[in-house]
Structure formats: C-alpha cells, structure tokens
Ligand binder design. Structure first.
Ligand SMILES: Nc1ncnc2c1ncn2[C@@H]1O[C@H](COP(=O)(O)OP(=O)(O)O)[C@@H](O)[C@H]1O
Ligand SMILES: [Mg+2]
Length: 247
C-alpha cells in the first residue's frame, strides 16, 4: 500500500485563460496532519475541491485511498465522499436544527441506523468534542463561535471518515478560539489515527501551522514551492518561505 492517502498526478486545472493548478505531482501522507499553506489565490481551495471531486481536473488524476476519483460517476462519487469529513470556514450548520440534529443529519441521510443507535452515536460525538448535553439541544444561534466549530467538527466525524479536510477553519476567530480549534483538530486526529486517519488543513496561520502540522505544503500560483516535514520547513532557505515565515 502507498504511504499516501491522497496523490496528485500531473494535475492541471485551467479556468478560462488562467492555469490555477500547474501540473501538481505530490502525495499527502497517510495518518499525518498536513497543512496546505499559501497566500490568498494560490489555489488551495481549488486543490481541496479536487480531493472531494467537486471540481474535475483539466488533465491529470487525483487518487484518494488508491481510487482515481476523477473517473468515478456521480453516484459512485457520492458514495465515495463518505470517506471524507469536511469543516469549512463558516461552520455552515443548519441554523434551524439543534446541535444534536445537525450531527444526526448525515446519519439519517446516509445510513440505516435506528433512532436509538443515532441517539447513542450523536451524543458520543458531541461528547468527544466537548459539547454538553444541555448544549446539544440548543440552536446554532444560541452557541458561541467556538461551540459552533465543535458541532461542525462532530458532524464532519459522523460517518467515521478516513480523511478530514479543513478549509481555513479558524479564519475570523479570536486567538483563544483559534487555539482551541487547533487543539480539537489535533485531538481528533490522534483519537482516530488507529483506524487510519489523515488530516488536511488549509491555512494561512503560520504560527499554528508550525505548531500542529507534521507536513507542510507551500503553494504559490498553482505550484508547490516546498513540501517538507515541519522541522525541515522551518529551516527552508527558499526566499518565498523565508518571507512568509517572517510575516
Ligand atoms: N470556479 C472558478 N472559476 C474561475 N476562477 C476560479 C474559480 N475558482 C477559483 N478560481 C480562481 O483560482 C485562483 C485560486 O483560487 P483558490 O483556489 O480559491 O485560492 P486560495 O484558496 O488559495 O485562496 C483564484 O485566482 C481564483 O479567482
Ligand atoms: Mg481558499
């Protein structure tokens, strides 16, 4: 088996006249925390959409857990996406559903679990991210920003994914909440790694990235400038990286 849970092979994405992903060839290490770092517009979100099969390559392949997902049809893709949990910048909870019902949603949609099994699973998930019983029955509008993130993470974990994807999960959060979210992502990673679990975080927060990642992929203008373990990254002599580290 490959050391990578995700691999990009000659991946090119062109929008109109612009090359957004410029012939990417690299892998994301299995069972590790990898951060995709780079300035706004580098192509990070576009790359993540390729991992999910939400955007298809202009050419090249995206292998996820050994499957070229750009060759799956809509139905197979929908089924395949159960391997992923996602947390986006705005927690994107359904604001008319309680925390409990937000987390139960994917279980109701994608599994045939009984009401009793759902009850048990949801409360366990909420517990694992530090949401109390009382908060489980509140609406998102009645929760703090940090608590909404926790509920979003619990929902992302509902289907026992093998890959968690986070796109700028801490944008717009205060420093204390940011720290809490990173701790939560790390705890989630280590609580699940025994059954195979890869975490991919898109970020532009250099300090948190250096503290929490195993590997860093630095993107600029649709290319990978560096892909290194965190200790090597800190020592990189690349002027683009130095400039970013000194910000
Ligand atoms: N659907 C699209 N159509 C045209 N251009 C797009 C589309 N999605 C992204 N882009 C362009 O691709 C570039 C990279 O965007 P994105 O992947 O969102 O960057 P990042 O997440 O690193 O900030 C930007 O110049 C953006 O305008
Ligand atoms: Mg983005």
């Amino acid at each position: 088996m490959s050391d990578y849970s995700i691999e990009f092979k000659n991946l090119v994405k062109i929008f109109g006249q612009s090359t957004i992903l410029d012939n990417l060839n690299f892998g994301i290490h299995k069972n590790k925390i990898t951060t995709i770092l780079g300035f706004s517009g580098a192509g990070k979100t576009t790359l993540m959409k390729h991992i999910l099969g939400l955007t298809m390559p202009t050419s090249g392949d995206v292998l996820v857990l050994g499957t070229a997902i750009n060759h799956l049809d809509e139905l197979a893709l929908r089924e395949f996406r159960r391997n992923f949990g996602m947390v986006f910048q705005y927690a994107a909870l359904f604001d008319f559903l309680t925390s409990f019902e937000n987390v139960a949603f994917p279980l109701r949609e994608f599994t045939k679990m009984s009401e009793e099994q759902i009850q048990e699973k949801v409360l366990k998930l909420l517990d694992s991210v530090g949401i109390s019983r009382e908060a489980a029955y509140r609406l998102p509008s009645e929760l703090s920003g940090g608590m909404r993130k926790r509920v979003g993470l619990a929902r992302g974990l509902a289907l026992d994914p093998h890959i968690m994807l986070y796109d700028e999960p801490t944008s717009g959060l205060d420093p204390i909440t940011t720290h809490m979210v990173y701790d939560l992502m790390r705890d989630t990673h280590y609580n699940n790694v025994h059954h195979g679990f890869t975490s991919v975080i898109i970020s532009h927060d250099i300090h948190a990235t250096l503290k929490y990642s195993d590997y860093i992929v630095f993107m600029e203008k649709g290319r990978v400038v560096e892909h290194l373990d965190v200790e090597s990254f800190k020592k990189s002599e690349n002027p683009v990286i130095r400039r970013f580290l000194e910000l």
